[in-house]
Design a binder for this molecule. Sequence first.
Ligand SMILES: Nc1ncnc2c1ncn2[C@@H]1O[C@H](COP(=O)(O)OP(=O)(O)OP(=O)(O)O)[C@@H](O)[C@H]1O
Length: 265
Amino acid sequence: MRLGFLTFDWTDFLDIILVAVLLYQVYYLVKGSIAIRVFLGYLFVYVFYLIVKGLGLELLTAILQYFMGVGAIALIVIFQQEIRRFLLIIGKSTAFTNSRFLNSFLGTTAPKFDYSNLKIIVDAARSIASDFNGALLVIKKTDDLEKYTQTGEALDAVISKPLLVSLFNQYSALHDGAVIISEGRIAASRCILPVADGADVPSTIGFRHRAAIGMSETTDAAVIVISEQTGRISLAIEGELFSNIPASELELRLSEYLNSNKQKV
Ligand SMILES: Nc1ncnc2c1ncn2[C@@H]1O[C@H](COP(=O)(O)OP(=O)(O)OP(=O)(O)O)[C@@H](O)[C@H]1O
């Protein structure tokens, strides 16, 4: 197909659509953050470089080319969080990685979560909330949580309501940070979780809740967060915080999520 002096075929259309989708995804990831200015600045220099190159100004082209090369490395450093999120989205959303066959091949199929343990955890959450003690409870799905477990005190204890309640008692030496539950055991307490700092996180949200969102963004774990101030129970799953949910609903949501193989973006 001819369009003025340009010739187009279907691969050019595909190329334009894919570039548009890519640019939109990059824009979506950086919008609202300081990174958008860097992104636009780099885009501006790139367009300028193309014009200079088209005009045949060789010296300026060479300087800009060098600048773009160094700039690309600087961009990777500046955008490391965004790049990570972008790759995670791709990795989690492709039908390929959601396929049952591949999951079982990679060993990432969610093992069935013991229902009695879930009941104990939800019961404990209810009790902690009614005492107005703050809590962060991470429940492993398939992703390895060892890195986070190592930041706290190793426990490797049987899941029990009295233990969970006393761990989050404000007078307990282990009440700070998060408890991680992995493979049907309380793996550790006082663990430090990654904090969500994206522009989409409301500024009114405190650090406990940010840590819950951050952990659920970084891994596929489910995170129960209990507010010390309000006694409200919330649940963070895959970067989304479901606030103030009743204990009965908590149990249902957890069991649905932990026993499903589907990974939502
Ligand atoms: N990155 C983190 N990893 C683990 N625990 C954290 C992290 N950040 C904060 N916390 C926990 O959250 C507590 C502070 O909570 P903060 O009051 O800032 O948050 P909040 O979301 O407003 O919660 P609350 O409603 O309970 O006050 C800390 O004492 C600590 O136990």
